[in-house]
Design a protein around this ligand. Structure first.
Ligand code: SF4
Length: 249
């Protein structure tokens, strides 16, 4: 598909507008990835491997944990991540492997009927929306989270977007969206209530509008536009690699 329209990943929608400003204006300034970002990348790689186990016998899935296996081939300057940072992330990564194995052994889904890591593109008037749900069948969507069980609005927005994309792209009618949390002592499966999903879909469309407007505005205003995009000053700042460039207003 050849198109001049911007590609927007589902995971880019929402979040801090100031961060989007920094992502465009400060791109290439050689900022090191944040520790939490590194941990997220490593956990995601492990989850990808766990999902592979659904399709091939467990003994055939080998997860290489040696530095830098879990960060190689990723963007975000991962080549600059030191062995020390990598090692510091390992306890959580190893725990995630344990809980994801436990989930695989105890879950009751008919996993062979599920499709994994299927990237979809939905073209709208203004952009191409790209998203990769972890797993879906002809009526159920499953998304894994490496944190503790919490029905956060951004998780719900993401699941609602995948549900919408599956209908648009594949004519699949998702009836149930489940979030599987693997960051606690035990895996936790949470069904997203229908009303929350509708709310999540509305949030997705509104936040997509804001995302596109912000990108456009940053392009027009350039560096001078920084203070047009207010600091969110919330818990997400702790995990943000731009926090030293961000002025707190
Ligand atoms: S530090 Fe906080 S306000 Fe600044 S860009 Fe990052 S998330 Fe946004």
């Amino acid at each position: 598909m050849k198109s001049e329209k911007p590609i927007v990943h589902v995971t880019q929608v929402g979040g801090c507008q100031r961060k989007k400003y920094h992502e465009i204006i400060d791109k290439g300034k050689e900022l090191s990835p944040h520790f939490y970002g590194v941990k997220g990348t490593m956990c995601h790689k492990v989850l990808e491997k766990s999902i592979e186990q659904i399709e091939v016998p467990k003994e055939d899935v080998y997860i290489d944990l040696e530095y830098p296996a879990l960060i190689s081939g990723r963007g975000d300057r991962t080549e600059e991540i030191s062995r020390d940072v990598y090692e510091a992330c390992m306890p959580e990564v190893e725990k995630l492997i344990e809980t994801s194995n436990e989930w695989l052994e105890t879950q009751e889904y008919d996993l062979p009927t599920f499709i994994s890591e299927d990237t979809m593109n939905v073209e709208t008037e203004e952009c191409i929306i790209r998203g990769t749900p972890d797993l879906y069948s002809n009526n159920t969507l499953i998304d894994f989270k490496s944190g503790k069980a919490m029905l956060r609005s951004d998780y719900i927005r993401q699941a609602a977007a995948y549900k919408w994309m599956l209908k648009k792209e594949k004519d699949v009618d998702i009836k149930e969206c489940h979030l599987i949390f693997l960051g606690g002592d035990k895996p936790v499966d949470k069904l997203i209530p229908e009303d929350k999903l509708s709310e999540g879909y509305t949030n997705f469309q509104n936040d997509l509008r804001t995302h596109l407007d912000t990108i456009e505005k940053v392009k027009i205003l350039g560096v001078e536009g920084k203070y047009e995009f207010k600091c969110s000053n919330d818990f997400a700042c702790v995990f943000c690699k731009y926090r030293h460039l961000c002025s707190g207003v």
